[in-house]
Design a protein around this ligand. Structure first.
Ligand code: NAD
Ligand code: ZN
Length: 390
């Protein structure tokens, strides 16, 4: 089969590789029909996530049709059309029983858990196509993919909805929703959202549904800010406006009630602290650039909440902990517990309340993946979200 493989920093190729096979009774093989490139894939593309190996198959946002099933999967049939959550979860452990599926104890194989434990203390769930410390599973930017724990990891979708309408149930729609939920939004709140990428876009739309009165989107890509404005957000371009002053002024000095960091470890911009982080990264003294998290902590109103869907990979430096403690802030984060949100969000798609396909800017064949990665990184204004079709 053809598959998108990581060969090193900024080196992604479409290669011919062996087809996946059923190896466990709970596996399924899915023939992929649509798969997307995620902002999280850019962290891999940029070589920011440790324990990738040359030849790893990428991709964690995908859907398709079941073409083979392990002997113990009772709730699926060959031919079912399914969306697959990017977090791999057994459905039975302590964490899965609490629906904390991105923290599943069993999906990351023992040897890989050792790497994760050394770096993080405990291993979260495995993810598709996302490094060996997170499972080393082949991803879904491929013609076929093996889905472990398929009885909990394959979510059936109705035939009357197109791939474009349901594909993002695999990751970024639940991620935007959980980001808003984690922000503890109360009716009438003002919410600041850093990052108007796909995650920020869905966080904005979700936050309005949860009762936010005003949402302020911060980015420097005019096209993405325009998409946020279409959803009803006010916008700040951080290249031309002083973000901290603007947030203070527009909230009468109090600060936004809730702040969402939908940027993560690779903040753009020429702020002094961001330049210092870049320098430290270059010489191996820091792994991540938490510029947005610093801004969110200082901007947030006293007693407010910071929700952080943006991914951080390792160690951050110079966090304003004094502000965090003395302003009594709350921070909530995590990889998304995708399984928990698929059914309720499908219902909102069916009712027309959420229209996930509005963020798609490009639909391309799988063979175009190398160029699509480059464009999604370097031409973010036009390339809001790329779907690879098979
Ligand atoms: P993206 O790269 O498409 O979008 C990020 C946006 O942030 C870009 O538009 C960029 O211009 C903007 N940005 C950069 N620096 C900024 C700054 N200083 N201030 C304001 N905006 C800035 O990525 P995405 O797909 O939207 O994902 C966003 C983040 O969410 C990534 O870190 C990704 O890894 C993470 N993510 C997390 C989960 C999860 O489960 N928690 C799932 C999916 C994605
Ligand atoms: Zn993702």
């Amino acid at each position: 089969m053809r598959a998108v493989r990581w060969h090193g920093k900024k080196d992604v190729r479409v290669d011919t590789v062996p087809d996946p096979e059923i190896v466990n009774p709970r596996d399924a093989i899915v023939r992929v029909t649509s798969t997307a490139i995620c902002g999280s894939d850019l962290h891999l593309y940029n070589g920011m996530i440790p324990t990738m190996q040359a030849g790893d198959i990428l991709g964690h946002e995908f859907m398709g049709e079941i073409v083979a099933l392990g002997s113990s999967v009772g709730n699926l049939q060959i031919g079912d059309r399914v969306v697959v959550p990017f977090t791999i979860a057994c459905g039975q452990c302590f964490f899965c029983e609490k629906t904390l599926t991105s923290l599943c104890d069993n999906s990351n194989p023992a040897d890989n858990q050792d790497i994760a434990e050394a770096l993080m203390g405990h291993s979260p769930s495995a993810l598709f196509g996302y490094s060996h410390m997170l499972g080393g599973y082949a991803g879904g930017q491929a013609e076929f993919v093996r889905v472990p724990f398929a009885d909990t990891g394959c979510f059936k979708v109705p035939a009357h909805l197109s791939d474009d309408q349901v594909l993002f149930l695999s990751d970024i729609l639940p991620t935007g929703w959980m980001a808003a939920e984690n922000a503890d939004i109360e009716r009438g709140d003002t919410v600041a959202v850093w990052g108007a990428g796909p995650v920020g876009q869905f966080a904005i739309r979700s936050a309005f549904l949860m009762g936010a009165e005003r949402i302020i989107a911060i980015d420097h890509r005019p096209g993405r800010l325009a998409l946020a404005a279409e959803a009803g957000a006010e916008t700040i371009d951080f290249e031309t406006v002083d973000v901290m002053a603007a947030l203070a002024e527009t909230t009468g000095g109090r600060g936004p009630d809730r702040c969402i960091d939908a940027v993560g470890m690779e903040a753009h911009g020429l702020a002094i602290d961001n330049i210092a982080d870049r320098t430290k990264q270059a010489v191996g003294l820091a792994t991540d650039r938490p510029h947005v998290l610093r801004q969110a902590i200082v901007a947030c109103r006293k007693g407010g909440t910071i929700s952080m869907p943006g991914v951080y990979g390792g160690l951050v430096d110079k966090l304003p902990m004094g502000a965090f403690v003395n302003k009594g802030l709350t921070l909530k984060t995590g990889q998304t517990h995708v399984h928990r949100y698929m059914q309720p969000l499908l219902a909102r798609i069916e009712s027309g309340e959420i229209k996930p396909d509005v963020i798609i800017s490009h639909r391309l064949p799988l063979e175009d993946a190398p160029g699509a990665y480059d464009d999604f990184l370097n031409r973010q204004d036009e390339f809001t979200k790329v779907v690879l079709q098979l």
